[in-house]
Design a protein around this ligand. Structure first.
Ligand code: T6T
Length: 316
């Protein structure tokens, strides 16, 4: 898999790994717009989508925002809409703000598949493919509570409000903590705008204000990276327990060195593959599955090297 991706990356020399167009001879065209182009989760998803599109003989062009920002993603949607693609696979960075643009595109005939993140308006998209993020948040809470000995303070640091995936993770985390770990004090959620440097300073100021901080839930990759840096700068790595979403290379390194304790890894490759298949099914007027849930796995140092976990580690 990695080898093929590397070849695709070389072909698309001017774009991010596997982020260029894949060729196709037919009249169907697929576009993909990810949340953040440089994010290993989306690179892995896009890479798998390109491989699937190639297999199916369809052209897929990958686009993505430079940052997690509605103002950055909206013009990308508008320029893709101008091409009138047959299908669009998109990870919208907000549950509401992008709905009008997507609605317009859908009304113009493009089959939209929501991959990873979603929008609140249920009329958008022929199919939605993602992890069960509430369940992932619950699993993170359960693991973190155990590591904390069911006591002390815990905090969630997430991306920004209005992101379907990370909001659901926070919801699941909160529910599990409140229902089953009443001796853990939950501090108010902080948002880092997907900026590691912000997460790093947030964790350091939280440590200064709450010396009993025993656990952190990092809502995604960039947040986890910032928390690792912040804990190391404060000399608290290994002392404050961390459960983090995702399994990109830096997070795996931090798991090995003991700064992060649990990774809730998703299966972005499957999201990408299914995204292409569902878009093509809709374009070809075949049976489409409205909602597809993809697997997650909790990774710790203990199972990191097991064969079943390898496929969940992201590429960059
Ligand atoms: O956690 C993933 C993705 O599921 C989420 O929607 C945004 O952040 C990531 O891309 C990881 O950085």
């Amino acid at each position: 898999l990695v080898g093929t991706c590397a070849v695709l990356a070389l072909v698309a020399a001017t774009t991010a790994a596997c982020g260029g167009g894949s060729s196709g001879s037919g009249s169907k065209s697929l576009e993909m717009i990810t949340g953040v182009k440089s994010d290993p989760f989306y690179i892995t998803m896009a890479c798998a989508a390109q491989q699937e599109a190639k297999k199916r003989g369809v052209k897929l062009t990958v686009n993505g925002s430079a940052q997690w920002d509605v103002a950055v993603q909206r013009p990308i949607i508008d320029s893709v809409a101008a091409k009138h693609p047959s299908g669009l696979l998109i990870s919208p960075v907000d549950t509401a703000a992008l709905t009008p643009s997507l609605n317009q595109m859908q009304n113009a005939g493009t089959k939209i598949v929501l991959v990873d993140t979603t929008v609140s308006d249920a009329s958008i998209g022929v199919s939605r493919i993602s992890s069960d993020n509430v369940a992932g948040g619950r699993a993170a809470a359960k693991a973190l509570a155990k590591l904390m000995g069911d006591k002390g303070s815990a905090i969630v640091i997430s991306v920004k409000p209005g992101v379907s995936t990370t909001d659901e993770r926070t919801k699941g985390f909160d529910e599990e903590m409140k229902a089953n770990h009443p001796n853990i004090t939950l501090l108010p959620v902080l948002y880092d705008n997907d900026l590691p440097a912000t997460a790093a300073s947030q964790i350091q100021s939280t440590l200064a204000a709450h010396p009993d901080l025993g656990g952190v839930f990092a809502g995604n990759t960039n947040t986890a990276q910032g928390i690792s840096t912040g804990l190391q700068a404060a000399g608290k790595q290994g002392k404050v327990k961390v459960a983090a979403f995702d399994a990109e290379p830096d997070e795996v390194t931090s798991l090995k060195t003991g700064t992060l304790d649990v990774l809730v890894a998703q299966d972005p490759a499957r999201i990408g593959t299914e995204g292409v298949d569902q878009a093509l099914a809709a374009i070809d007027k075949k049976k489409v599955t409205a909602s597809i849930g993809t697997d997650m796995v909790a990774i710790t140092k203990a199972n990191l090297d097991s064969a079943s976990v390898g496929k969940y580690l992201y590429k960059d």
